[in-house]
Design a protein around this ligand. Structure first.
Ligand SMILES: [Zn+2]
Length: 430
């Protein structure tokens, strides 16, 4: 078994607790001093950083979420002056509640270390050629993959999310051994290979590191069988580095959280009470090594459970189960986070009034599809076919532009929806 950082990845539970406590105390002092928002919410519960003696004190601190981050947009959550920041990213350019995340030089180095651990854990080393089929843009994903792969000395192809035939051609010509992408893109690539009459076994591919969206064991089996690779899951989010928060080892039984960088907790998303290990609830993370943008008790919105049992790989960091659900109404589709509020904005702008709608998410042929169903009740031209057609066309165009791919739009009769849920997700993840 290869480790990138055996000392830190395999330390005892006592050592983990000790490191977490020390780094947490330092982080709390720093954010109290430098970030007005934390100072305010700590004072509201009468907490001073020097009060932090144990993890039970820590659990009295208020939770924060994405709203806190966007209310302090752009730079008020930064714990260092802007001149210390070498990189700026955002979670999504489409969010109506924008968030900006900063990295110091040291943050980027830490990120590379974490991704180097991820790659080493799944068997990647300096002899590998890593094709990053993710969009290099303002979100963090591919950048973390790149620095991590370069850290271990692998050869990186920053392919971005280009056209499928080009991906396959580069894969063949550059003798790619590792594919990093969303799992749905991997399925599309296999299909593309089949269309080009190319046997995946004729390529050099060995591993796939997939993330950014929920996927199932069935999908893993499909990718592994058809692409002839070992496929593993990786987890992260832009607010906390991006990828490099947790990842699977070859045991493929949960993702190890880098506990010397993050303190994980599970809460009940309704009562907000802490839940004991093993119970399923919302994952809350505290970053204890980030300089520019540390987050204290951040609600990720992801539903999972934590397993502290030892893992056969020898790593001692706890594992989270695969993530299929969220506690809020964010849809993670084709690697993108989309909220019904974003859809509603477009519907209201184009159609006027208060739109009654439902977004259906389904997976067809391994690809996530969105259909927006809009009730025609508040439209005054539902009997004029031509106008109706133009209206649907405009919605289709604007929604597709917002989301980044073709979104289907259908008008439905009033009373069609059996609940007021804005999202109906029929993808099967288990
Ligand atoms: Zn393991």
């Amino acid at each position: 078994m290869e480790y990138w950082d055996q000392k830190n990845e395999c330390m005892s539970r006592d050592e983990i607790r000790q490191i977490q406590l020390e780094k947490l105390q330092a982080t709390l002092h720093r954010v109290y001093k430098n970030v007005r928002h934390y100072r305010k919410i700590f004072r509201e519960v009468d907490f001073m950083p020097e009060d932090m003696g144990s993890f039970s004190d820590f659990r009295k601190l208020p939770l924060i979420d994405r709203r806190d981050l966007s209310e302090n947009y752009p730079y008020d959550m930064f714990a260092v002056p802007l001149r210390e920041v070498v990189r700026l990213h955002t979670a999504s350019i489409h969010f109506e509640d924008p968030i900006v995340i900063g990295f110091t030089r040291n943050d980027i180095n830490q990120w590379a270390e974490l991704m180097a651990r991820n790659f080493t854990a799944v068997g990647v080393n300096r002899d590998d050629v890593v094709q990053i089929a993710m969009n290099f843009g303002i979100t963090t994903g591919p950048f973390g993959v790149q620095v991590g792969a370069e850290k271990i000395g692998a050869s990186v192809i920053p392919m971005s999310s280009g056209k499928l035939p080009a991906q396959v051609k580069i894969m063949r010509d550059f003798r790619t051994t590792v594919l990093v992408s969303t799992p749905t893109l991997a399925v599309s690539l296999v299909r593309q290979m089949e269309e080009m009459n190319m046997d995946p076994r004729s390529l050099s591919l060995k591993y796939g590191v997939f993330g950014c969206e929920p996927w199932s064991e069935a999908m893993r089996a499909e990718i592994e069988t058809r692409m002839h690779i070992i496929a593993t899951d990786t987890y992260g989010m832009t607010e906390l580095f991006g990828p490099g928060v947790a990842w699977e080892c070859p045991e493929k039984s949960g993702m190890h959280i880098a506990e010397d960088h993050f303190i994980p907790e599970i809460i009940d998303p309704v009562t907000l009470e802490s839940l004991p290990p093993g119970q399923t609830g919302e994952l809350v993370l505290t970053s204890i090594s980030k300089e520019a943008f540390p987050l204290i008790r951040f609600r990720t919105g992801d539903i999972t459970s934590i397993n502290y049992e030892p893992c056969a790989c020898g790593r001692t960091h706890c594992r989270i189960s695969r993530i299929f659900k969220r506690s809020d109404d964010v849809m993670v589709v084709r690697g993108m986070s989309i909220t019904p509020a974003q859809i509603a904005q477009v519907l209201a702008r184009v159609g006027g009034g208060e739109p009654v709608f439902q977004v259906q998410v389904e997976r067809r042929d391994g690809l996530d599809q969105l259909t927006v169903l809009l009730e025609i009740s508040n439209l005054n031209f539902f009997d004029q076919m031509k106008k109706q057609h133009l209206f649907v066309e405009q919605l289709h165009r604007e929604l597709s532009e917002l989301i980044g791919w073709e979104v289907a739009v259908r008008l439905v009769e009033p009373g069609t929806f059996d609940s007021d849920r804005k999202v109906k997700d029929t993808r099967r993840f288990q």
